[in-house]
Design a protein around this ligand. Structure first.
Ligand code: CUA
Length: 189
């Protein structure tokens, strides 16, 4: 079989490029320890709803005063579909999926992560007061475009007044979440 010189040059170039592409994927995956987003926390995707971390979804305050949000993604909703969090406060999101890959995206903020079944994705960020849309930004099926939730970011005093989760706030209040003023204390009633 006769192969023209130019064709041989181009074919050789293609082989070299493919070797480079596959090589870079191999180096990224093995050499640089490529892994799902954040810190490689695993979870049984078939038992998410009975897992202690996700059995109750929503906002919780830990004994250090850190505010956490636990969210489950499934075709085609985020649970819970409405969240209320305090403004200008670091919030740690933990998100997992019970079925396919979803994309957790708090629109027009830096809060977003890929969500894979079997893993818990985590990030911490803070927000200015306002209402935000949480969308899914990984195509996950026919209802992908309906997979949305809302995030209400309210002033901290208002949040403390209206949120039972804060009953667990420690006395030392390391995050400075408790109202600082005298009026703040009766805002709880
Ligand atoms: Cu979930 Cu797209």
């Amino acid at each position: 079989m006769k192969i023209d010189l130019y064709e041989r040059i181009w074919a050789g170039g293609v082989v070299v490029m493919l070797a480079l592409f596959f090589g870079s994927i191999a180096v990224g995956a093995v050499g640089r320890n490529q892994h799902p987003p954040s810190h490689i926390e695993t979870i049984d995707p078939t038992a998410v709803m009975s897992d202690a971390r996700f059995a109750t979804q929503g906002v919780r305050v830990d004994d250090q005063g850190q505010v956490h949000v636990w969210i489950v993604g499934l075709t085609f909703v985020w649970l819970p579909s409405e969240l209320v969090i305090p403004a200008d406060t670091p919030i740690t999101f933990h998100v997992t999926s019970v079925d396919v890959t979803h994309g957790f995206s708090i629109v027009r903020t830096n809060g977003q992560t890929m969500v894979l079944p079997g893993y818990v994705s985590q990030f911490t960020t803070k927000f200015a007061e306002g209402e935000y849309l949480i969308a899914c930004n990984e195509y996950c099926g026919l209802g992908h475009h309906d997979m949305a939730a809302t995030l209400q970011v309210v002033p901290r005093d208002q949040w403390l007044a209206g949120n039972d989760a804060t009953a667990d706030l420690p006395v030392s209040d390391p995050m400075g979440l408790a109202p600082q003023t005298a009026e703040g204390s009766h805002a709880r009633h």
